[in-house]
Design a protein around this ligand. Structure first.
Ligand SMILES: [Zn+2]
Length: 143
């Protein structure tokens, strides 16, 4: 069967701890780590692949110093508190948005689980990335 890949990104099955509860993590250059059942979810893979697209768009520094910490802390928080919506974090909906466009706006995109824009309450992105977003949270074409 060989190594499973999604858009060329290696899929790494890991079924311990939070991964067994549905957590997934995307490590550019390494792969997408999730439980075997999560790795069968195209919606989840598209989301995780969105983090690869963030890495490609914004680079190593932004990914590892601005996106990854916010995303990991938020994901952990969402497992502890039901009131915390992980997908409201800019690191998450922007990954969805990049992926949605990369895959040419798939009709079966799960909008309720993987929203494409910020919550109505607004959003904050680090100042270094502000020029990449319009006021509604639409990611502008790379210049
Ligand atoms: Zn994510």
């Amino acid at each position: 069967m060989g190594i499973q890949r999604f858009e060329g990104v290696r899929l790494i099955a890991f079924n311990r701890g939070a991964f067994r509860e549905g957590a997934a993590v995307c490590i550019p250059g390494v792969g997408i780590v999730a439980s075997p059942s999560s790795l069968r979810s195209v919606s989840l893979l598209r989301h995780e692949f969105g983090h690869i697209l963030q890495y490609r768009r914004w680079g190593f520094f932004v990914f590892w110093f601005l996106i990854a910490p916010v995303s990991l802390i938020s994901a952990r928080k969402s497992r502890k508190y039901k009131g915390h919506n992980h997908m409201h974090r800019w690191t998450e909906w922007s990954a969805n948005q990049l992926s949605f466009h990369y895959f040419s706006k798939p009709a079966d995109w799960d909008l309720s689980r993987y929203p494409l824009g910020p919550p109505s309450s607004g959003f904050h992105v680090p100042p270094i990335l502000r020029s990449s977003f319009d006021p509604e949270g639409k990611i502008l074409p790379a210049s």
